[in-house]
Design a binder for this molecule. Structure first.
Ligand code: GDP
Length: 139
């Protein structure tokens, strides 16, 4: 599996950081195979983050993720899931390594600029959440 699902989150789209983040990822060797801008409604955000339903930050996370536009993307690279997690850094930007997307552009543990799938199985499921096979394009 050489694809992962990335989302540029509302903090980054709202602050005009989407272009910088996409350029950074292309420079790291990720190829964009599909991309669109959309706004999640509450039902969609709750479904996407269903695994976190019992966490204390769930309502706040859903509220944040529906607060503005998001840019879901299918990114391709060898070992895409692990490579992308490395490129974005730790969930909490204070703990993220230098040069990672979250270190460079995240605002807080919640408003952390990007989402990345955490396993191949979840990548497949999350890609299917936003895109169909016809949406995937080769450059
Ligand atoms: P990720 O895989 O690095 O995105 O992290 P998780 O899957 O653990 O959490 C999903 C998302 O929930 C994170 O990207 C943050 O936006 C948010 N989040 C995670 N932990 C916390 C927390 O402790 N507090 C708050 N407010 N949000 C959190």
């Amino acid at each position: 599996m050489n694809q992962t699902l990335a989302i540029i989150k509302p903090d980054a789209t709202g602050a005009g950081r989407a272009g910088k983040i996409i350029a950074h990822l292309e420079e790291k060797g990720f190829k964009v195979r599909a991309m669109r801008m959309t706004r999640l409604d509450q039902r969609q955000a709750e479904a996407f983050y269903a695994v976190h339903r019992e966490r204390p930050f769930f309502d706040s996370l859903v509220s944040f993720m529906t607060s503005g536009p998001v840019i879901p993307m299918v990114l391709e690279k060898d070992g895409a899931v692990a490579a992308f997690r490395e490129a974005i850094g730790a969930t909490n930007p204070e703990e993220a390594a230098e040069g990672t997307v979250r270190k460079l552009w995240a605002e807080s543990i919640e408003r952390n600029a990007v989402h990345g799938s955490d396993s191949d199985e979840n990548a497949r499921q999350e890609i299917g959440f936003f895109f169909s096979d016809q949406d995937l394009l080769s450059i």
